[in-house]
Design a protein around this ligand. Structure first.
Ligand code: HEM
Length: 202
């Protein structure tokens, strides 16, 4: 039986969480690169770090909500005729994206928590955010801080590469295959004739 229209579309909550995270991650990459490579004065760096930490923790919370949503709801099915290897690749890429959206904020939070400068985090200048109690657990907190900093930076590059792939795949579905996959994650609905039939299972 063909699925009804709502089964082919993500819910409003899923769409909101997706685009809010996407916006946050793009802002975080821009801020992170500016913080570490633009040679700004400490006066200009301080607020940028606070913004980066605030948006980064927000993305962590949004990802927690997205994972909870994903566990409680079945996503819309893949288009009929999508080859099995593409389904596997999409599943692996999405799993990796979720992993990075949890791992990157946690490594950032760990870096801040291990910093010898012990600078407090106050989300959006309003909500005091605790440090992770990591230092007493580590034999060499300074070495661990260096290692986790590198993990955060390489992880951010990996995430950027994966995001490019994600966008290219979405555009391929939209412009070449024209199978309605991108519409499922947009807050507007296409005309009925623009989507091919989607299968009801996966
Ligand atoms: C999805 C979430 C995040 C992304 C995509 C991200 C991205 C980045 C990027 C691109 C950099 C520059 C790396 C470099 O080239 O050296 C950076 C640096 C940094 N981030 Fe994040 N970040 C995220 C979350 C967080 C969070 C939650 C915190 C803290 C609560 C944080 C704290 C930091 C700090 C302290 C640095 C500077 C590290 C250094 O001095 O080398 N980040 N981040």
């Amino acid at each position: 039986m063909a699925p009804d229209a709502s089964a082919r579309h993500y819910s409003a909550v899923a769409i909101l969480l997706h685009w809010a995270s996407a916006l946050g991650v793009l802002a975080l990459i821009g801020m992170g690169l500016t913080m570490t490579h633009a040679g700004l004065s400490p006066m200009r760096l301080f607020p940028l770090y606070q913004w980066h930490k605030s948006v980064g923790i927000t993305v962590l919370i949004l990802t927690g909500l997205r994972l909870a949503w994903r566990l409680a709801h079945r996503p819309p099915p893949y288009p009929a005729g999508m080859p099995a290897r593409e389904r596997r690749a999409a599943g692996a890429a999405h799993g990796l994206l979720y992993g990075l959206l949890v791992g990157l904020p946690l490594t950032g939070w760990a870096v801040v928590s291990l910093s010898p400068f012990n600078i407090p985090t106050v989300l959006y200048g309003l909500v005091p955010w605790p440090h992770l109690p990591l230092a007493p657990l580590l034999a060499d907190p300074a070495a661990a801080e260096g290692l986790i900093k590198a993990l955060h930076a390489y992880g951010a590059w990996f995430l950027t590469a994966l995001l490019v792939l994600h966008v290219v795949a979405a555009l391929r579905h939209h412009l070449i295959l024209r199978d309605g996959v991108l519409w499922r994650m947009l807050p507007v609905r296409p005309g009925a004739t623009r989507t091919k039939t989607l299968e009801s299972t996966r």
